[in-house]
Design a protein around this ligand. Structure first.
Ligand SMILES: Cc1cc2nc3c(=O)[nH]c(=O)nc-3n(C[C@H](O)[C@H](O)[C@H](O)COP(=O)(O)O)c2cc1C
Length: 432
């Protein structure tokens, strides 16, 4: 193609054939905790793409949305350790966890309409005091709830497939890992080959993505096009026809088309949907995302998971001194009841009034994600303001998910379509 044709290329020129489904190759990525809501996933599905819900802190999400009381029950069961740093006795009730997952997936799948699909994002790093058992409960809840696909993220997922190998839907549900290198993909494939169950897709996430990153401090040395090319070459050499979805920093339809042209089956995108009506962030937080400037973006080591996380520097979570909430939450406790925030909190001194000083090294992700205080986002969040209108009161107009989805699907030449303005033209205001 000549350069002009390249910029005229668009996502709508491509389709992703996934089993019987012919999909618009746009996947809205999972965003915990319930930032990628049922409503957001349903929109992608209705428009012929793929939407994700997330199972991050699913008991808390179930309580908020489906009137259950799993968090309170857990908190009461474990009240004895509230004032201790040793949380080794804090465990999840696996039946409750399974039920919470089932509730969330069923609620979503019961409302599914249209030609697309709905997947769930399942993070391995949510070790929840008993990594294998809690992951298995979440995976089974998702399968029994009728989910179309499971995206395995935040971890290498070496043993995850084995946890559901005896499930009747093991070979019919779509499964795909998120990787950031050929090396990580090879590790996942080893386990998959042993079970004769290859993934149905692989998401290749580069260094500009939101959420936790599969890169260290040197994330700037990597580039998504290069990693996608390496993964495509590896799969070709190995004769493995596994579709590749490119993710991280794909901001325009033209960016997306560039990956489809090089052989990716689709793209996974997220940040642009954070300022849509369907996104689960509170209205004030959507405004905080929309106003981001480039200098506000940081890649930080404050996550107790050990992975770097990209966020806005004015996230309220940073420098908080919140007491650990493991009895109620505890989603990041390892099998010994340990979480890096517990250590950081314990090591932080108190002031002369006995008040804990701000904890600098780590944040309590459970508490702060439950309150939407941790503003994780992709590197191009600072371009969000260019995708909408600034209103007379200084706030930004919130978009609809279908507007953003269609812009990805149909736009060319790196254009970003602005929505119809929700404010009357100035003249009309004067006459009113
Ligand atoms: C607010 C937000 C929350 C996210 N949460 C998760 C998550 O819980 N699990 C996960 O695997 N990826 C998460 N991601 C990553 C996205 O699913 C997606 O792969 C990535 O952000 C795509 O890059 P983009 O945001 O530049 O489009 C999150 C991204 C954002 C913006």
């Amino acid at each position: 193609m000549n350069p002009r044709t390249l910029t005229e290329d668009k996502v709508d020129n491509y389709r992703w054939q996934l089993g019987q489904l012919e999909l618009v190759p746009i996947v809205i990525g999972g965003m915990g905790v319930d930032i990628s809501t049922t409503a957001l996933a349903l929109t992608a599905c209705r428009l012929g793409g793929v939407g994700h819900i997330s199972d991050a802190m699913v008991q808390h999400v179930s309580d908020r949305k489906y009137n259950t009381h799993f968090t309170k029950a857990k908190s009461e069961t474990h009240r004895a350790t509230r004032d201790q740093i040793d949380k080794s006795t804090v465990k999840f009730n696996l039946d409750h966890l399974y039920q919470a997952q089932l509730n969330h997936v069923r609620y979503t799948m019961d409302r599914k309409q249209g030609p697309g699909a709905i997947f769930i994002n399942v993070m391995e790093k949510l070790t929840m005091g008993a990594p294998g058992d809690t992951l298995q409960a979440r995976l089974r809840g998702a399968l029994d709830g009728g989910i179309d696909g499971i995206t395995l993220s935040a971890g290498l997922h070496i043993g995850s497939l084995k946890l559901i190998a005896d499930h009747p839907r093991f070979r019919d549900v779509k499964i795909g890992p998120i990787v950031s290198s050929v090396r990580a993909l090879k590790i996942f494939l080893k386990g998959a080959v042993r079970l004769n169950r290859l993934p149905d897709y692989v998401v290749v996430e580069g260094p500009l993505a939101g959420g936790h990153l599969g890169f260290g401090e040197d994330w700037r040395d990597y580039d998504l096009h290069t990693i996608v090319a390496e993964v495509l070459a590896f799969l070709r050499e190995e004769n493995l026809p596994i579709p590749v979805l490119a993710a991280g920093g794909i901001f325009t339809g033209t960016d997306a088309a560039s990956f489809l042209r090089m052989g990716a089956a689709g793209v996974q995108v997220a940040t642009r949907f954070t300022i849509t009506e369907e996104c689960g962030l509170p209205a004030r937080v959507k405004q905080d995302y929309a106003r981001a400037r480039e200098e506000d973006l940081v890649v930080s080591n404050v996550s107790p998971t050990g992975y770097p996380i990209r966020m806005l520097s004015y996230s309220p979570a940073l420098g908080s001194n919140i007491k650990p909430q493991c009895e109620a939450f505890g989603y990041l406790l390892d099998r010994d009841g340990h979480c890096a925030y517990l250590d950081a909190y314990d090591a932080t001194p108190v002031d002369e009034n006995g008040r804990k000083l701000p904890v600098q090294d780590k944040v309590c992700l459970c508490y702060h994600f439950s309150k939407f205080n941790c503003y994780t986002c992709g590197q191009y969040a600072y371009r969000l303001k260019d995708t909408t209108h600034r209103l007379a009161d200084g706030s930004y107009q919130i978009l609809t998910a279908s507007h953003v989805f269609s812009d990805y699907q149909f736009s060319t030449s790196h254009r970003v379509a602005l929505p119809a303005s929700q404010e009357p033209p100035v003249a009309a205001v004067v006459n009113a």
